[in-house]
Design a protein around this ligand. Structure first.
Ligand code: KMH
Ligand code: ZN
Length: 276
């Protein structure tokens, strides 16, 4: 039976701890979250980290410590965000790869991001991509818009396949400024993916979460969930722990006859480097 890769994105860079005390921001909270989410069916974790005041940071020491701590306590594939926060400079975002994660996010173009702009100019995208190839880190291509899908064709044509030879993408849907979190948009994006794509997941921001998850499962995709993207289970019902979102995704995937895959199966799917 086919199975589903569930990625958990537990923290993000946008929500303040003061507004959402359940958001995991300390190392202990991240490790506890990683363990519970693995038990609930996650196979990969997409990490953003925070500083001592719970503010987003790309501090290399903290990133390296977080990668080691999650690896020591779980079998999860560790993906670091190279997106960081909208204010992070490009050199800090490139330096994320020095923490030697299994995978890194790699956004395929600039996008309006609420009132902000998430900057990903082409020269930065190509530099980050070539660095991921050199460092043997598997990228996850983040696609916020159809233009990003077109840019992925261009990138693969010009620079070849990622480390490991597999091409894994994540459709990030429902960001104010990006493609909407609808079944129609998902089908359009999936139909436009390059033939080299070997797997894809989707995530719907906020209230588009369930629509996107159901559409992704219907089209044979994988799932990303977590408090980076969604803070309520339903109107007026806040998420108390990331594991609740993973449990819901696992239940939907199981119902779709594609139960969650283990981290080891996910390592085969993405072909991440085994001996880190
Ligand atoms: N925080 C956003 C500006 C990524 O992790 O690569 C970027 C983001 C995407 O979350
Ligand atoms: Zn992220």
């Amino acid at each position: 039976m086919a199975s589903t890769l569930i990625t958990v994105a537990p923290t993000g860079a946008e929500t303040a701890k003061a507004d959402c005390p359940a958001l995991p921001t300390t190392l202990d909270e991240l490790v506890e979250t990683a363990k519970r989410c693995e038990a609930a069916g996650a196979a990969m974790i997409h990490l953003h980290i925070r500083d001592g005041e719970h503010r987003p940071t790309l501090d290399l020491g903290r990133l390296t410590e977080a990668v080691a701590a999650v690896r020591a306590s779980t079998g999860l594939i560790v993906q670091l965000s190279s997106g960081g926060a909208v204010t992070d400079p490009y050199d800090h975002r490139l330096r994320v790869l020095d923490a030697e994660p299994d995978s890194c996010s790699l956004t395929m173009g600039t996008v309006n991001f609420g009132d902000d702009v998430f900057m990903n100019p082409w020269p930065f995208v190509t530099e980050l991509y070539q660095l991921s190839q050199e460092r043997e880190i598997v990228p996850e291509f983040e696609l916020f818009d159809l233009g990003h899908v077109a840019a992925l064709h261009r990138l693969l044509d010009k620079f070849g396949l990622p480390y490991g030879g597999r091409v894994h993408c994540d459709l990030v849907m429902g960001v104010p400024g990006g493609m909407p979190g609808t079944a129609e948009a998902l089908v359009a994006a999936v139909n436009a993916l390059p033939p080299a794509v070997t797997s894809w997941s989707a995530t719907g921001i906020g209230r588009t979460s369930i629509t996107v998850a159901l559409a992704a499962l219907s089209k044979g995709g994988h799932l990303r969930v977590g408090m980076e993207d969604t803070l309520t289970l339903a109107k007026g019902l806040p998420v108390n722990h990331n594991a609740e979102l993973v449990e819901r995704a696992a239940a939907l995937a199981t119902m779709a006859q594609r139960p969650p895959m283990s981290p080891d199966e996910a390592r085969d799917l993405l072909n991440v480097k085994r001996d880190r």
